[in-house]
Design a protein around this ligand. Structure first.
Ligand SMILES: [Zn+2]
Ligand SMILES: [Zn+2]
Length: 344
């Protein structure tokens, strides 16, 4: 473990010496002008997301306090000078812990969070840092929209100001850039998911940051089908003590044909959107690591039905009648209807 850690520190040092960004290392030979870039920063068992649009930055959570320095280094490597928005989704330390160091290190213009009576130490530290650094405090209100560079984001939750389970206080944000959207859910659980569904918000998104590290206390079937993501990102620690992501969640995501990217396996994950297409890059490209396999949809030219490639119905399709689609939309556009068994 120590060896790996020192190797990691060496890599970080070399990277900063070359003054090349961490992102460039993850995503070589690309020019990201005019794109929305979402970094799911690996903070072990916790959440940390950096969103970048036209050189403006927003940070949602920063993992436990011990990851504060890692997050600050990552921001520095990506030439972040000012954070336009810093969001603390809820008072749990695996989300807001690292924010104190970030707020004390970088110029932060706005801080978005919800009022709660929870008095965790990490939470009080963050609130202190916000007031000491004169950061503009914004109370998260459903339907409020803000702009970040060329993209916009909207607050979709929480709906109540009183929950027994603190995870449900999570600020839920949907970021939209042209035809692509990302939904960030913090640790919102089923209750909060159902409030959003009942309220009738447009939850659909191309990428879903799977709520609560993939716990089965979240990701109800109704919520997942309303979001109907193509990609799901799970932020959790390698072999974490909670068993995240729970197998029920992974099963539900598989059933919907969602391609899953996990920080415990892939390390930091970067998604880029040009407004129509989303590409993924990740830190851990070791060949031994099991890579996400994009789900493909198989159509039957005869029946004009399409299936998930895992559906039993696919086995019976003759090779000459098989046609492959890149996405569900692609299949629908070409006049194919979804199989009633696998529900692609
Ligand atoms: Zn959490
Ligand atoms: Zn939590």
């Amino acid at each position: 473990m120590k060896k790996i850690l020192s190797l990691f520190i060496c890599i970080i040092l070399i990277l900063s010496l070359c003054s090349c960004s961490y992102l460039e290392d993850l995503t070589p030979h690309k020019n990201y002008d005019g794109e929305l870039i979402v970094h799911f920063i690996d903070v072990g068992q916790g959440d940390c997301t950096l969103i970048e649009s036209d050189n403006q930055f927003m940070l949602i959570d920063a993992g436990e306090a011990e990851y504060g320095a890692t997050v600050c280094q990552y921001l520095e490597n990506n030439n972040v000078k000012t954070l336009s928005y810093v969001v603390a989704t809820h008072p749990h330390s695996d989300h807001c812990g690292g924010l104190t160091e970030v707020i004390n290190t970088f110029e932060c213009e706005n801080f978005i969070t919800v009022e709660t009576d929870q008095q965790t130490r990490s939470w009080l530290n963050v609130l202190n840092a916000v007031s000491e650094n004169n950061v503009n405090y914004i109370d998260a209100k459903v339907n409020a929209t803000y702009s970040l560079g060329d993209s916009t984001f909207e607050i979709l939750g929480p709906h109540s100001s009183n929950y027994e389970e603190y995870n449900n206080f999570s600020v839920v944000i949907k970021a939209t850039f042209q035809n692509n959207s990302f939904l960030f859910t913090g640790d919102a659980e089923r209750l909060a998911e159902h409030e959003m569904l009942d309220y009738g918000s447009n939850l659909s998104a191309d990428v879903l940051k799977i709520p609560h590290h993939g716990s089965s206390s979240s990701s109800s079937k109704e919520f997942l089908s309303a979001v109907s993501p193509t990609y799901g990102v799970i932020s959790c620690g390698y072999q974490n003590e909670y068993g995240h992501p729970h197998k029920e969640t992974v099963k539900s995501l598989n059933a919907l044909g969602v391609t899953i990217y996990r920080t415990d396996i892939l390390g930091t994950i970067v998604a880029t959107s040009d407004g129509n297409n989303i590409e993924f890059f990740y830190e851990n490209t070791d060949e031994k690591v099991e890579k996400p396999t994009p789900v493909s949809y198989i159509g039957n030219k005869n029946t004009k039905k399409f299936h998930l490639d895992s559906c039993n119905g696919v086995k019976d399709i003759k090779a000459e009648n098989k046609v492959q689609f890149h996405s569900r939309e692609d299949a629908l556009e070409k006049g194919y209807s979804p199989c009633k068994t696998c529900n692609p």
